[in-house]
Design a protein. Structure first.
Length: 265
């Protein structure tokens, strides 16, 4: 869907809600928020629809109110008690959560824009954003030593499982767990300007904008077999966060990777 078609979809939905007595508000999230970065041809629609109390379940089950610009829905299912995912014949995806005004307090948001407000939707969303920020801050951040230890041991165990033939488990440990711990370490200490480009709900989102060299090298490494991916993750850790892992630890990890590669030949 082109950015222009993306905007048309939102405009028609906003008009539909504006003219419906049950419609109270429309909130765009992420690329649907109206805030930069805007949508591209791969962007879905991520929206909150706010309706009158008592009407929300009907709006979640009867989706005839969705604009037809993306074609006919070929799949729709309840993702959460409040949210529905809809896949259209065109391949476009819409993720729509339907709330009454009080239920908005259950949501969590970062980048959003209030696109229609027939009551106090904007004030409620401001409180939701504050609650989201407080929740993220209260989670606490594990120590760097713990994250680095989890990272390197995930590489060792993942490589061993790959050599043993447990390939899917290996992928999960190296491309999933180890990568996640590395990203956590890379995000710490970023300058404010770079950190502002990141998503505070999904750690992997827009890492390419904040750390382009590291993201490029990780992308290349992850395209290879598990031991190659593991070496690439380790190389980025050493380059970007030197000192977190001792030289003796690095030697031991590399020996484990060598052993796994030799066993799999």
């Amino acid at each position: 869907m082109t950015p222009a078609a993306h905007a048309t979809f939102i405009r028609r939905l906003r008009d539909r809600l504006r003219d419906d007595p049950e419609g109270i508000g429309l909130v765009g999230l992420g690329s649907s928020s109206g805030q930069p970065p805007g949508p591209d041809e791969f962007s879905d629609h991520d929206l909150f629809v706010v309706v009158a109390p008592g009407a929300q379940e009907r709006w979640r089950t009867d989706l005839s109110w969705l604009p037809a610009d993306a074609g006919l829905p070929v799949l729709s299912y309840r993702e959460t008690p409040h949210a529905v995912k809809v896949l259209f014949a065109s391949g476009h995806l819409a993720e729509v959560a339907v709330f009454d005004p009080d239920e908005l307090a259950l949501a969590r948001v970062n980048r959003y824009g209030v696109l229609l407000d027939k009551a106090d939707v904007a004030a409620r969303l401001a409180r939701v954003r504050e609650a989201t920020a407080a929740e993220v801050a209260s989670r606490g951040v594990p120590g760097e030593g713990w994250a680095a230890g989890q990272l390197v041991t995930s590489l060792v165990v993942g490589a061993g499982r790959w050599a043993r033939g447990e390939r899917l488990s290996a992928h999960g440990l190296v491309r999933g767990a180890a990568l996640g711990h590395l990203v956590s370490l890379l995000r710490r200490g970023l300058p404010a300007e770079a950190a502002a480009r990141l998503d505070d709900l999904d750690p992997l989102r827009r890492l390419e904008q904040a750390l382009p060299e590291a993201a490029r090298d990780l992308d290349a490494a992850l395209a290879g077999p598990v031991p190659e991916a593991a070496r690439g993750i380790l190389a980025v850790l050493v380059r970007e966060r030197s000192g977190l892992v001792s030289p003796a630890t690095l030697v031991a990890v590399r020996r484990a990777l060598d052993r796994a590669e030799a066993a799999a030949r």
